[in-house]
Write a protein that binds this ligand. Structure first.
Ligand SMILES: Cc1cc2nc3c(=O)[nH]c(=O)nc-3n(C[C@H](O)[C@H](O)[C@H](O)COP(=O)(O)O)c2cc1C
Length: 355
């Protein structure tokens, strides 16, 4: 098997990148949308929580179990647009201050998340988003920095244990604990060398392995198929607690060949700060909460699913799917997982009420 351990800009891992770090793009004022000037007030999940606290929409819940209670509470909160976002703390059996956040996209905070005033109703918000960001997709490349809070804890070798996080069992008949719901996979096209961010569900297999399901046609699947055809390991990083804006772009359909990183930069008016993963060299957000990094073997498969899906039922049975062999876990002190499990419709990202 060939070794695919090259980083996204093509140098072997462990060697110096001879090319200069790209200059920091100059922050530009975002374009106004019909007199509105969208502005993203946060850079990461913690700053997002601080902004949401100002709106009075954060509720901390202590002592709920990952086995049942977090999933049930997430379901209950979901069905009211007025419900706050929930931060589950002191999860029994998990390290103190390891937290899970759910229901991020509701109330006034959804306007704040997208950079708009809180008085806009949903239709106005949607139109403002279209006008400001989507009519003319702006791109600003990532900005590489030497280090960041994501490297506050670097766990490798025998110490790798993905089960230590308070990953909920979201739905009664899920095939496992899904650590990846409000997550995204970072991969690089092995031929064209562009970096994709895509949200695909991620299930814990064991301490050092997670499985993930990608539907045909998704960009991450196209990358994976290419590595498989070349019989190469696919370098992959999975971001478990990213900032909500980057997560939203990672689960939005964007043109093939364009990195969602660049689109997030375009929306923010400045490049996303990234560090290079220590194992793969992939660019990972410097201020993410938790990142799993490793390789996807072209032939290895493990059972994945079922998982309660956005349709409101268990949309697939158990299937053999590719897995990520985790070589490193990075996390901030007191990490916060972003949970966005599909629940009974209308779900968090697709509520149907007018206001
Ligand atoms: C909360 C959420 C969960 C998702 N889970 C999956 C998934 O498990 N597998 C999948 O193929 N697509 C899933 N999607 C859809 C993809 O994230 C979406 O199509 C995205 O555009 C894929 O990115 P890509 O085109 O860069 O591959 C999910 C979307 C959302 C909003």
């Amino acid at each position: 098997m060939k070794d695919a351990m090259s980083n996204p800009i093509g140098t072997p891992v462990g060697t110096e990148d001879p090319r200069p770090v790209p200059p920091s793009p100059v922050a530009a004022d975002p374009e106004p949308a019909d007199g509105l000037h969208p502005r993203i007030l946060y850079n990461d999940l913690r700053e997002w929580i601080a902004e949401t606290e100002k709106l009075g929409e954060v509720r901390v819940v202590s002592g709920a179990s990952w086995q049942e209670e977090i999933g049930m509470a997430a379901e209950l909160a979901l069905h009211s647009d007025a419900a706050p976002c929930l931060i589950f703390d002191e999860v029994p059996g998990c390290p103190k201050r390891f937290r899970v956040l759910t229901n991020f996209f509701g109330g006034k905070r959804k306007n704040m998340t997208l950079g708009f005033p809180t008085h806009l109703n949903k239709l106005e918000l949607s139109e403002a988003f279209l006008d400001a960001y989507l009519k003319d997709l702006k791109k600003i490349p990532v900005r590489e920095v030497a280090t960041g809070p994501i490297f506050e804890n670097v766990v490798t070798g025998d110490d790798v244990d993905v089960t230590k996080f308070p990953t909920p069992h979201w739905h009664e008949r899920d095939g496992g604990r899904y650590i990846g719901t409000g997550c995204f996979n970072i991969t690089m096209d092995p031929e064209e060398k562009w970096v994709n961010l895509g949200t695909y569900r991620v299930m814990i297999q064991d301490k050092k392995t997670v499985g993930f399901y990608i539907s045909p046609g998704k960009h991450g699947r196209i990358h994976r198929d290419k590595y498989q055809a070349r019989n190469e390991l696919m370098p992959t990083a999975i971001v478990i607690g990213g900032d909500p804006l980057t997560f939203l772009m990672a689960c939005s359909e964007t043109p093939y060949g364009i990195s969602e990183y660049d689109l997030v930069g375009g929306i923010r008016g400045k490049g996303v700060e990234v560090v290079r993963g220590k194992v793969t060299g992939l660019p990972i957000p410097a201020n993410a909460e938790i990142v799993l990094e490793g390789f996807v073997d072209p032939v290895k498969r493990m059972p994945e699913g079922p998982f309660g899906e956005w349709t409101g039922y268990y949309a697939s049975d158990v299937r053999d799917e590719p897995v990520l062999d985790i070589k490193a876990i990075y996390h901030r002190n007191d990490p916060i997982m972003l949970g966005c499990p599909p629940l009974r419709p209308p779900d968090e990202l697709a509520r149907y009420r007018k206001n």
